[in-house]
Design a protein around this ligand. Structure first.
Ligand SMILES: NC(=O)c1ccc[n+]([C@@H]2O[C@H](COP(=O)([O-])OP(=O)(O)OC[C@H]3O[C@@H](n4cnc5c(N)ncnc54)[C@H](OP(=O)(O)O)[C@@H]3O)[C@@H](O)[C@H]2O)c1
Length: 250
C-alpha cells in the first residue's frame, strides 16, 4: 500500500525539477497532489505528464493574494492539507556589487516572506498530524560564487523549521527542511546549453562523490518527511548533497 494514501499534499513550484518529481512520487505513493507555478504552460504540461488528478494553481510564491486564492480553492476541494512542500524559489545569483534593493526585496519576498505567510494562511486548514517541508540549499551552508543573497534567503527559510515546530507542535504539525546540493533540473534553463553543461561539470567536480544529484533523490526524502514514518523527525535539516562540506574532495 502507498505510504501517503489518504493524504493531501501541496507542492509550490511543482511544474519542473524537484517539485515536479516530488509531485510524481507523492502521487505514486497514493496522495492527492496540488502544485503551483507561474507559467500556465508549465502547469498544463505537468498535468499532461502526471494526469488529470493533479490540481494546478497559477500562483507566484511572492504574491500573498495569490496564496489566499489557492488556500480558498483548496479548502473547497480537499478536507485538509496533510503535507506542504515550500519548494518554489527565486534562484537569482549575482555578484554582491550588482544587487539592488528592489531585486533583493523580490528575492526575499519569494524565498522567505511568501512561504512564511503561505504557512500562516494554511493554518486553519492543516490536518492533524501534518508535515511541512522547506526546501533550502547548500548555498545557505557553504559560501560560493554569487550566492550570498540567495544563500541568506535559504538560511532564513530553513531557520523557520525549529521555531515553527515549536509554535505548531500543539497542532500536530512537524516542520523539517531538505538542503539539496547541485541537482540536475531546469533551474539554469535560461543559460546557453554549453554554459549550463560547463556549470554542471564544475559543480560535479566539487561534490565529494563526484556527481550531481537527481531530482528523485530529493523527492524520495520528501516522501519520507511527508509520511507518518517520519513522525519523530522534527525541526531537522536533511542534507542531500553528496557529502559537500563533510567529505574531502579528491
Ligand atoms: N537545482 C539545484 O541544484 C538546487 C540546489 C539547491 C536547492 N534547490 C532548490 O530546489 C527548489 C527547486 O528548484 P529546481 O532546481 O527544481 O528548479 P526548476 O527546475 O527551475 O523548477 C522550479 C519550479 O518552481 C516554479 N517557480 C519558480 N519561481 C516561482 C515563483 N516565484 N512562484 C511560484 N513558482 C515558481 C517553476 O515554475 P514557473 O517558472 O512556471 O513559476 C518550477 O515549477 C528551489 O527551492 C531551489 O532553490 C535547487
Amino acid at each position: 500500500m502507498g505510504r501517503l494514501v489518504g493524504k493531501h499534499a501541496l507542492v509550490t513550484g511543482g511544474s519542473s525539477g524537484i517539485g515536479l518529481e516530488t509531485a510524481r512520487q507523492f502521487l505514486a505513493e497514493g496522495a492527492k497532489v496540488a502544485i503551483t507555478g507561474r507559467s500556465q504552460d508549465g502547469l498544463d504540461q505537468a498535468k499532461r505528464e502526471l494526469g488529470d488528478g493533479l490540481l494546478t494553481f497559477r500562483a507566484d510564491a511572492s504574491d500573498l493574494s495569490a496564496h489566499a486564492i489557492v488556500v480558498d480553492e483548496l479548502s473547497s476541494a480537499w478536507p485538509a492539507v496533510d503535507i506542504l512542500m515550500c519548494n518554489a524559489a527565486d534562484p537569482t545569483q549575482l555578484p554582491f556589487e550588482e544587487w539592488t534593493p528592489d531585486r533583493f526585496d523580490r528575492l526575499v519576498a519569494t524565498n522567505l516572506k511568501g512561504p512564511f505567510f503561505l504557512i500562516q494562511s494554511l493554518l486553519p486548514f492543516f490536518a492533524r498530524p501534518a508535515s511541512i517541508i522547506l526546501i533550502g540549499s547548500v548555498s545557505a551552508l557553504i559560501g560560493h560564487r554569487h550566492s550570498t543573497a540567495y544563500g541568506a534567503t535559504k538560511a532564513g527559510l530553513t531557520a523557520l523549521a525549529p521555531g515553527l515546530s515549536y509554535e505548531l507542535k500543539e497542532r500536530g504539525i512537524r516542520v523539517n527542511s531538505i538542503s539539496p546540493g547541485p541537482i540536475v533540473t531546469n533551474a539554469f534553463k535560461a543559460l546557453d546549453p554549453a554554459v549550463r553543461d560547463a556549470l554542471y561539470e564544475e559543480f560535479a567536480r566539487q561534490v565529494p562523490i563526484g556527481r550531481n544529484g537527481q531530482a528523485i533523490e530529493i523527492a524520495k526524502a520528501a516522501v519520507y518527511l511527508g509520511s507518518d514514518e517520519s513522525g519523530f523527525t522534527v525541526a531537522q535539516l536533511i542534507r542531500i548533497d553528496g557529502g559537500l562540506g563533510h567529505v574531502a574532495v579528491g
